[in-house]
Design a protein around this ligand. Structure first.
Ligand SMILES: NC(=O)c1ccc[n+]([C@@H]2O[C@H](COP(=O)([O-])OP(=O)(O)OC[C@H]3O[C@@H](n4cnc5c(N)ncnc54)[C@H](OP(=O)(O)O)[C@@H]3O)[C@@H](O)[C@H]2O)c1
Length: 393
């Protein structure tokens, strides 16, 4: 789906053109002109009026065609549907609630959500809320997604109503993204790059930031270098493979299963093996006999230990916090543990990388908001190639 398809599929597109405020004005003016004194004045000699009205009509049509229709503030409902928990627990505690649409602060935007990411961290929050700072029940889960701007705080610059955006906020005090609306700090919002669908942007937000910052900032990967991406067929990994390829690095992808191996080869990995079954060290020796320059880990454990054994003595190793069972590395290795960051510059750099890489966003499964618990069960079951998402609109 391309950027224009979103316009057709969005709820705003369902508003007939005649409901556009300018179009309504033009229609009323035309009707008045036609029926004044019971006489059709369209062919009258009042020529000076005709261009004005025609110009208005054309302007209305241009507005209708060129931009997603803005949501007038009055159209934002008081309440919304959201998938939330009233206590920590199993998937059964995650249910659909009717909650107030979050109030907007001066430096925040209200996003009418379209697609929302479901990640393994969401399952952790549901099960043991204790490490989540703001804990007001009902607690709306979800840390990222895409949509269109429905309202702007008074201090917000650079965005307008109807803009297609994507966003990532960890532990948002105004509530998470498993909802029809979310209020987020404008710093955590980026415009969806030209040509990217809202569906892909919603699936990509946090995993794309994590993948691009892992490759470009934590590892500072350069052309011609070799990198092992471990956990390459998951949410972050599938995008990291493509960003590494964008930098002209050579990728050995450690994927999961035959289907994972096929996927990451398709995404640009020079070599790919199944990390649950294949000989990682043997593959690494063949791939880079003098050792690899860098390792990006998106999963831990014994398989990661094999990846790290293939590093050059002064190699680089990066992983985002959240990866468990990270083995110790040799003295000379530079280790960077990092968290995905947001901000205008971060989204600008990400958008350039998405465009440069012609990023493919693999989506393994999509669920309606009401089936958020099922979506989380799919994530918990493992072997997700790419992302699981919720479709809100
Ligand atoms: N701190 C941050 O800012 C941040 C942001 C995003 C993500 N993260 C963390 O980054 C990690 C990755 O996130 P994600 O969204 O990409 O998770 P994910 O989709 O679950 O990806 C992890 C992948 O690793 C694979 N895997 C596990 N063991 C493997 C092995 N031995 N060989 C090959 N593949 C193996 C899994 O496949 P199977 O399930 O089939 O084994 C899965 O595809 C998570 O720990 C997450 O918490 C942190």
């Amino acid at each position: 789906m391309n950027h224009r398809d979103f316009d057709k599929r969005s709820p705003f597109a369902a508003i007939p053109s005649a409901c556009h405020p300018l179009a309504t004005l033009v229609t009323k003016a035309t009707a008045f002109r036609r029926t004044r004194f019971g006489v059709d004045v369209r062919r009258s000699t009042h020529r000076q009026r005709v261009p004005t009205l025609r110009a208005l009509l054309v302007a209305g049509l241009i507005l209708d065609c060129a931009a997603p229709l803005a949501v007038p503030r009055a159209d934002i409902p008081r309440n919304m549907e959201a998938a939330a928990i009233d206590r920590p627990g199993g998937p059964e505690v995650l249910t659909l609630h009717t909650l107030p649409v979050p109030a907007l602060g001066g430096d925040e935007v209200l996003i009418a959500l379209h697609t929302v990411g479901v990640g393994p961290w969401d399952v952790d929050v549901r099960e043991r809320v204790d490490y989540w700072k703001s804990r007001h029940y009902p607690l709306v889960l979800g840390v990222d997604g895409s949509g269109t701007i429905a309202a702007l705080g008074s201090k917000v610059r650079g965005f307008k109503i109807g803009d297609a955006v994507y966003s990532y906020v960890w532990n948002n005090p105004k509530g998470g993204f498993y909802a029809q609306y979310v209020a987020v700090p404008v710093n955590a919002v980026g415009h969806v790059p030209m040509g990217m669908s809202l569906r892909d942007a919603g699936a990509a937000a946090v995993v794309a930031l994590t993948a691009q910052q892992g490759i470009d900032d934590a590892l500072q990967l350069r052309a011609g270098e070799t990198v092992i991406i471990h956990g390459a067929s998951g949410g972050v990994g599938t995008l990291a493979v493509q960003f590494a390829k964008l930098r002209n690095a050579k990728v050995l992808a450690i994927a999961s299963g035959d289907d994972g191996v096929t996927l990451v080869r398709h995404l640009g990995a020079q070599v790919a093996v199944d990390g649950h079954r294949d000989d990682i060290q043997g593959a690494a020796r063949e791939f880079a006999p003098a050792g690899v320059d860098a390792v990006l880990a998106l999963a831990g454990g014994a398989a990661l230990e094999q990846c790290l054994a293939a590093l050059k003595p002064n190699g680089r190793f990066a992983y985002p916090s959240g990866v468990d069972h990270v083995p110790k590395v040799g003295e000379g290795v530079r280790v960077v543990r990092y968290d995905a960051k947001t901000g205008p510059r971060e989204f600008e750099r990400l958008n350039a990388a998405i465009t440069g890489a012609k990023l493919e966003v693999p989506i393994a499964a999509e669920y309606p908001l009401a089936d958020a618990a099922m979506a989380q069960q799919r994530v918990s079951a493992g072997h997700v190639l790419g992302k699981v998402v919720l479709r809100v609109r």
